[in-house]
Design a protein. Structure first.
Length: 441
């Protein structure tokens, strides 16, 4: 049965009108923003959060509400233009709306084009020094269930009690226990080394569960959990993109959730150590401490970096390295990216950049200067591990332990070199441009 010609033309006209991409979700204003004009958030179907200025968000909101509020038969473009005029007090035409949709929103994968054609495939952002090679292991619904088992641990009184117990345990540990002797005992036993590695891996997994539990306690849904490679280090991750729906306090709680769960893990190990006196547990506690210190560093994209970013309300700090260096080293005026920030976030970002650059360059210089000695010492240690692989009487365990320890010796140098190549390249590029300008002057 064919449609009447009038109805066919109406359907064809609607097909040529712009619309939101299926699955787009409007989140709202980014709370605790460090921008002078707070952006608004839109969640794409692939989970990517898109930040939009207020005007573009108003276009998206008008498109989202057109079926509910638009009078029948009125073209979408005219409806959106009228909504923008009403909300902003400025004059907008359908041509203005088409420009905003075709040049701004469709390329971001938020809407179709103004003629109804689908937007281009928009890949996820590829930020500087981001986590790569992800493999999802735990699906979202399982993460939701597991995080629900532990979300109650974020109740304020429980947090205060746990942190007080952790502080008391730290005082007892570092004032009464001989950690050096415990480390020597464990390193002489391949089986003990493997058990310490297992406990360290368990602590990392529990760390990620802490992020998910903090998300659920805040009322948002954590995503998948998995593993991958960060630079050269194996690592776990939890997708907490939805934490951007929370206010500043909720986001920082989510950032600290992993380290908080590390502290809880240490409390469990301390209880076992107090009951058994096993030096293996003492070394495992030391390994968790190293993980906590690493996570709190604000240099690479560890938890400390995200704490700083959420504290000042600036999602990606690395993109301000170039503007800050140009301003400080080349005495240029602030570009648009810096002018868009509030005053105190500008100061914090500048301090962070001026801390980051030497924090990355100085270790690189030390590695380069001492590279022959470091490689020689690592090679000697690897040879010694290989020679003593069967000293424990179990060749398989000894070989596996030697391989793991050798890997731990090699990864820091390789990871540092890989992490520092991009920023060094950027600094050299900026410096070279400055030298060329001085020559022309």
């Amino acid at each position: 049965m064919s449609l009447p010609s009038a109805q066919r033309s109406t359907e064809a006209g609607r097909a040529e009108e712009p619309a939101l991409v299926d699955g787009i979700e409007l989140v709202g204003e980014f709370e605790g923003s460090g921008y002078r004009e707070p952006p608004h958030l839109v969640c794409r179907p692939d989970g990517q959060i898109v930040r939009l200025p207020a005007l573009l968000y108003q276009v998206v909101r008008a498109l989202d509400g057109r079926h509910r509020e638009r009078p029948g038969g009125e073209p979408v473009m005219a409806w959106v233009a009228a909504e923008l005029c009403r909300e902003t007090g400025r004059r907008f035409t359908t041509g203005h709306v088409a420009f905003l949709i075709d040049k701004k929103l469709a390329p971001l994968g938020v809407t179709t084009y103004s003629d109804g054609s689908p937007p281009p495939l928009t890949p996820k952002d590829n930020p500087f020094l981001a986590f790569r090679f992800r493999l999802a292991v735990v699906p979202e619904h399982v993460t939701w269930f597991l995080s629900g088992l532990f979300a109650w641990l974020f109740r304020p009184l429980l947090v205060a009690g746990a942190l007080g117990a952790f502080a008391a345990g730290e005082v007892w540990l570092w004032t009464t226990q001989d950690t050096g002797a415990a480390l020597q005992t464990v390193l002489s036993s391949p089986a003990s080394v493997l058990l310490v590695v297992f406990l360290a891996i368990a602590s990392c997994a529990f760390h990620e569960l802490g992020h998910g539990a903090a998300c659920r306690y805040g009322g948002v849904r954590p995503g998948v959990m998995g593993c991958g490679i960060y630079l050269v280090w194996p690592a776990f991750y939890t997708d907490i993109t939805n934490s951007y729906r929370l206010g500043r306090a909720g986001r920082i709680r989510t950032d600290l959730g992993g380290v908080y769960f590390n502290a809880l893990f240490v409390l469990g190990l301390l209880a076992l150590y107090a009951a058994t006196g096993s030096p293996l547990l003492l070394v495992a506690i030391l390994s968790v401490h190293l993980e906590m210190i690493q996570q709190l560093l604000p240099t690479l994209r560890f938890d400390g970096y995200y704490i700083v970013a959420d504290l000042i309300g600036i999602p990606d700090l690395f993109k301000y390295i170039g503007p800050i260096l140009k301003r400080v080293l080349l005495r240029r005026r602030n570009d648009d990216r810096l002018r868009a920030l509030k005053r105190w976030p500008q100061i914090v970002v500048a301090v962070w950049v001026m801390f980051l650059v030497p924090a990355l360059l100085l270790p690189l210089g030390m590695v380069i200067v001492n590279l022959p000695q470091l490689l020689r010492a690592d090679w000697q240690r690897i040879n010694l591990l290989a020679q003593n692989a069967d000293s424990s009487g179990n060749l398989a365990l000894g070989t596996l332990s030697a391989c793991l320890q050798s890997l731990l010796l090699v990864l820091p140098i390789a990871g540092l070199a890989l992490a520092l190549v991009p920023p060094v390249r950027s600094v050299v590029r900026v410096a070279w441009r400055g030298v060329k300008r001085l020559r022309r002057a």
